[in-house]
Design a protein around this ligand. Structure first.
Ligand code: NAD
Length: 256
C-alpha cells in the first residue's frame, strides 16, 4: 500500500477531476461522534441481539427487548455531535463537489453537520422520528424517549393503541423502494464514489458500490478494516474517516 500522503494525493486528484461525486456512509463515520458501530468490538451487537420486524410485530417480550436497545441507543445519539468527517462532507457539498449522499445511518448527523436534505438518502430510515404502525401518527423521537425513560417498556399510540416504532428499517422490514432506486441511480450516474465507514456486509446496500463500479466510476474507500469489495477501489484508506476527509477537503480548498 502507498504511503498516506501518496494515497491522499491520488484521492485528491480523483476528486478534482470528478464531475459527479456520490458519497456512501455507514456506521463508521459516526464512531468518532461517540456512536458505536454494529460490528466492531464493543459495538451494539456485542450488547444486544437483533430483533427482527416479524418478532417486533408478534412478540411482547421481543418488542420490549427492542425498545430497551433503542432507549440505550437514543441516549448515545442524543448527545452525539457531527464530527470532522460529517463536516468535511458538508464542506464538499458547499464547494460544489458532492451531488448525492447515501447513508445507512439513522443518526441524522449528516443533516446536523450541514449537508442539505435534498441530497441525502437515508436508506435505513431515521431514528429522529417514530411512527404508529397502524394510523401513521408521527412523533419526534424525544417524546418517545421521555416515555421510555419513565418506564414505558412497550409504547403504544395514544390515538389507536397501535405499535409505535422508530422510522428506521429493521431486519425483515421492506426497504423504502423509492430511496433504493434513487440510491442506485446516484451510484450508476456518478464518476467518483466515496465509501466511508461501512463493512459492506448488509445487502442490498452493499450492492451500491458495486453498481458504481459496474457503471465505470472510480471508487475511494475509507474504512478502518478490510471489506469484501476493497478490490474494486482505486484508493483504500484504513485511517480514521475524520482525518482522511478533513485533510482531503483542506487540500482541495488550498488547491482551488
Ligand atoms: P458496520 O458496523 O457493519 O461497519 C462499520 C465499519 O466502519 C467497520 O468496518 C469499521 O472498521 C469502520 N469504522 C469504524 N470507525 C471508523 C472510523 N472512525 N473511520 C473509518 N472507518 C471506521 O456498519 P454498516 O456497514 O453501516 O452497517 C451497520 C448497520 O447498522 C447499518 O445498517 C446502519 O444503519 C446501522 N447502524 C447505524 C448507526 C448510526 O446511525 N450511527 C450505528 C450503528 C449501526
Amino acid at each position: 500500500m502507498e504511503s498516506f500522503n501518496e494515497r491522499l494525493n491520488l484521492a485528491l486528484n480523483l476528486i478534482k477531476e470528478a464531475k459527479r461525486i456520490t458519497a456512501f456512509t455507514g456506521a463508521g463515520i459516526s464512531t468518532e461522534s461517540g456512536i458505536p458501530d454494529f460490528r466492531s468490538p464493543g459495538g451494539i451487537w456485542d450488547r444486544y441481539r437483533i430483533v427482527t420486524f416479524q418478532e417486533f410485530l408478534t412478540s411482547n417480550s421481543a418488542r420490549k427487548e427492542y425498545w430497551a436497545m433503542k432507549r440505550d441507543l437514543f441516549r448515545e445519539i442524543e448527545s452525539a455531535k457531527p464530527n470532522r468527517a460529517h463536516l468535511a462532507l458538508a464542506e464538499l457539498e458547499k464547494i460544489g463537489k458532492l451531488n448525492c449522499l447515501i447513508t445507512q445511518n439513522i443518526d441524522g448527523l449528516h443533516q446536523e453537520g450541514g449537508n442539505s436534505s435534498d441530497i441525502i438518502i437515508e436508506l435505513h430510515g431515521t431514528n429522529r422520528r417514530a411512527n404508529c404502525l397502524e394510523c401513521g401518527k408521527t412523533w419526534p423521537i424525544e417524546d418517545i424517549q421521555a416515555r421510555l425513560e419513565k418506564g414505558d417498556l412497550d409504547p403504544r399510540c395514544d390515538v389507536c393503541n397501535g405499535f409505535i416504532k422508530p422510522a428506521t428499517v429493521s431486519f425483515g422490514q421492506a426497504m423504502p423502494v423509492e430511496d433504493m432506486l434513487r440510491a442506485f441511480q446516484c451510484a450508476a450516474t456518478c464518476d467518483l464514489f466515496l465509501m466511508i465507514g461501512s463493512s459492506l456486509q448488509v445487502e442490498p446496500a452493499a450492492s451500491i458500490p458495486r453498481e458504481a463500479h459496474r457503471a465505470g466510476a472510480k471508487l475511494i474507500f475509507i474504512n478502518r478494516t478490510e471489506t469484501p469489495l476493497d478490490f474494486i477501489a482505486t484508493v483504500v484508506f484504513r485511517e480514521n474517516a475524520s482525518d482522511v476527509l478533513d485533510e482531503l477537503v483542506k487540500l482541495l480548498k488550498q488547491s482551488a
